[in-house]
Every structure is written in C-alpha cells, then in structure tokens.
Design a protein around this ligand. Structure first.
Ligand SMILES: [Zn+2]
Length: 365
C-alpha cells in the first residue's frame, strides 16, 4: 500500500529533465478498459515526451491488471524514473509535465482517505475498522454481556410487578458496563492506528451513547455518523466510509477557504492569490495552504534561497541572488509549504477559492 514515506520520497525528488505524471481513473464500475485507454491516449496527445508516453502505454497495455479503481504513474526515462501505484479509489484522469512529479491529487487522496476509523456500535459491543486509501486495514471487535432488549424500558416491565424495576435497572447496569469496555478498546484502537477521523455507525441511540462516553479529545475527531447494522459486510462499511470521507473533506476545505478569505478581507491572518501566498510561505507564516488541484502558474525561483515569486525580479530581495524561470510555481509552493510544516489542503470544485485566485492561506500569526 502507498505510504506517507512514498510521498516523502516523491516530494524530495528533483530532476533536470521533465517528468510525466499520469493519473488515470480505471474504476471498473464506472468505465471500461477501452474507454479508460482512449481517455489516456487523448490526454497524452498534448505531451511531447515520446519515450515516457511509450513507457506509460506499455505499462497500461501489458502490465496493469485493471482491477484497481485508480492508477498513478510517474515517468522520466531520462532520469531513470518509472513508478506506478494502484489505488482502490477513483482518481481523476489527468496528465501533467513538470520538473517535479505532480503530487496534488495524491496529497488529496492521502488527506482524504487515511487515518480513518469506522466504529459500529450496539448495546452489547462494537466493531472498529481502520481504513487507508479505500482499503480496510485493521479491525477489532469487542462484545460485552448480552442485553435482552425485550425487557428494557417500561413496555414489558409492569409497574408494581415484582422484579420489573430491578430487571430494567440491571439491564442499564449491563449496558453501562459494556460501554465502559467498548470505550477502553476504542481508545486503544484509535491510538494504535493513529486515527485522525472517526465515523460511527449504529442506531441513533447507540451512536449517542458511544459518542457521549468517548473522551473529549476523541469526540472532537468524530466527523460523521450513519445508520448501520453491526453485522454489515466489510464492503458495505467501506462504501459508506468512502462516501463519508469525501463529504467530510469537502465540508472541511470549504470552511477553511471561507475562513482564509474572511481573514484576508479583514487584513488579518489570511492571504489570497499567488503573490501574497508565496510571500507568506517564504516567511514561514503559513499554517494552512489551500490550493486548487488543477491550478498551475509560471513563476520564478531564487537560485540562492529558493524564494518563489510570481513576478520576474532582477535580484532576490532576501539574498540578492539571481532568479530562474520555472513553469510549475504552484506545485513548488506546495512542496515549500509542506517543508515548512504547513498543512496543505488540495481543493476541487470550489468557486470561492477559484475567485480568490485558486490559492489562499491561513497564517500562523
Ligand atoms: Zn533569495
């Protein structure tokens, strides 16, 4: 499975020659092999790297087994680079050429689909799954004492009848005991698998009980809930989780874009547009970078300190060195932001960010 370490290697990768980056949607439920190949051929028509095009076409025609939903390939024959990664997630079909691998769609996949857990809960126990990149990774179940639902509540427990109140009190105790056990296992599971986002499935009542019992720090990571039976199949859990993950990501990036634009308008801790955002990155003030997945811009980079600029300058205002022209200033900015430990959010389909110049940021100070 693709890991954050693989991403790190790609982030650090630099070459003298151009690199072809290919993202291909091969979701067998959405497209045929032939249709995907045709889309790829059309996308590659605009690219002038014949050796790399050949390498990619050979790979999809001869080696790729087409079982995955998405394929990502980086190729630079001149540099001896050829890497193919498969994902059980759909990726948009796009090709890019630049001095670096195009990583934004991959960053978005990692941000959206890693570090998740689904907790299915009922009165007796719970089932926890973690999933990364659209695949179930680990799971663990916990089951406490059986709760006989028929006796719960007032319905069958006649008031005044001997034992009625006692029985329902006993059942509450069992449920309380079970939830304590479930929470212990939950915290252990979330910690061990470095869970960053949690979804809960079950009845409304069971979800609420689990949620309230969770320690506050984990409560804040709950981003979704849905009705689901404890015995749901892994593929049902996965399908629901994938949908929820996308929705949660969209909601989060929209909120951050609004925040950045509002802060920038107040002249506070926000920037919009390429020039201001590049300056904030250079000053190390950026906390969160928000950037459209497709946005790219020609720019200039200082050969001395690496300062990125949207405009041609005679010499660097920071170190006095000369500038070189680069054709992927935005992708470079993403790398610099990550190197400065900023959080990078790759945004798709957000008209507010598009209006703000396709790039914006929230500042640390
Ligand atoms: Zn400089």
């Amino acid at each position: 499975m693709f890991s954050e370490k693989d991403l790190q290697v790609l982030l650090d990768y630099s070459a003298e020659s151009q690199i072809l980056s290919v993202y291909l949607n091969t979701d067998p439920t959405k497209t045929s092999t032939e249709a995907a190949k045709l889309k790829l051929r059309n996308a590659l028509k605009t690219i002038d790297l014949p050796e790399d095009i050949q390498a990619v076409e050979d790979y999809v025609n001869l080696e790729y087994d087409w079982s995955a939903k998405g394929l990502v390939v980086f190729s630079s024959k001149k540099e001896g680079l050829f890497e193919a990664h498969q994902f059980n997630l759909p990726v948009p079909t796009r090709v890019f050429v630049g001095e670096r691998p195009m990583l934004r769609p991959l960053i978005r996949l990692i941000d959206t689909f890693t570090g998740w857990s689904v907790a299915l809960v009922d009165m007796q126990g719970a089932r926890f799954s973690s999933f990364d990149f659209g695949e179930l990774d680990k799971s663990r179940s916990v089951s406490g004492e059986e709760v006989k639902q028929a006796k719960r509540g007032g319905g069958n427990a006649m008031p005044g009848r001997m034992g009625g109140a006692d029985a329902s009190g006993k059942i509450e105790n069992i449920i309380d005991q079970n939830i304590k056990e479930v929470i212990d296992i939950a915290v252990d599971f979330f910690t061990k698998h470095r869970i960053r986002r949690i979804m809960i499935g079950g009845t409304e009542e069971n979800i609420a009980r689990f949620r309230e019992a969770l320690p506050k720090s984990w409560q804040s990571l709950v981003v979704g809930q849905f009705p689901m039976h404890m015995n749901a199949s892994d593929s049902e859990v996965l399908a629901q989780a994938t949908e929820e993950a996308l929705a949660a990501q969209q909601k989060q990036t929209r909120a951050l874009v609004t925040q950045a634009i509002t802060l920038a308008a107040k002249g506070g801790q926000g920037v919009i547009g390429l020039i201001d955002t590049l300056n904030a990155i250079h000053e190390g003030r950026l906390k969160t970078l928000l950037v459209s997945q497709e946005y790219e811009e020609h720019g200039f980079r200082c050969k001395g300190c690496g300062y990125l600029s949207g405009q041609r300058l005679d010499s660097c205002p920071f170190c006095g060195a000369q500038f070189e022209e680069i054709d992927t200033a935005v992708e470079m900015a993403v790398r610099q932001a990550l190197r400065n430990s900023a959080e990078v959010k790759v945004v798709v389909d957000d008209e507010h960010l598009a209006k703000a110049g396709n790039i914006a940021g929230i500042l640390r100070y």
